[in-house]
Design a protein around this ligand. Sequence first.
Ligand SMILES: [Zn+2]
Length: 168
Amino acid sequence: MEANNIICPSCNEEVSRISVYCENCKFPISGTDKEKAIFIGQQTLNKSKIDNSESVVKRTQIILYVVVGFQVLNAFLVYYNFESVIDAVFYLVIGLILGVFAFLLPKKPIVFITCALALILGYYLLLFLANPLLLFSGILWKCVIVMALLYALYTVVESQNIKKKFNL
Ligand SMILES: [Zn+2]
């Protein structure tokens, strides 16, 4: 370590003693004690936001798997009760695509939450066009799914911005 360098108390990276901010995490090296304390507090909050977004991703994956389960169940019910192969295949295909998105979700959360959201909204639109009553059956459940996906998207985007900004 160079003589003029210190270890950043926030991220443990080596930084110049005379720098105003840590280049790695933006810790106010030359700031007052109060500024340093505020920064540490904010970083704690940021870290908990990142942890939260990770558990939101897991929860979203479970919600999507549940939706997939219902789609598959629906496909079988439609097939046995109405013997409509086309409808059954349609429900099944939507379910399977959603299952793929759910499976890949932890790898690229923003991409696959957006894909799932687009697919589900497109699917609801098709239901509505086919028969407006279909959209309103289970409307509460449909709203919950869409809200959960929007919330997950917001949380993950916010967490990625924090990670980028503070090198967390
Ligand atoms: Zn730092």
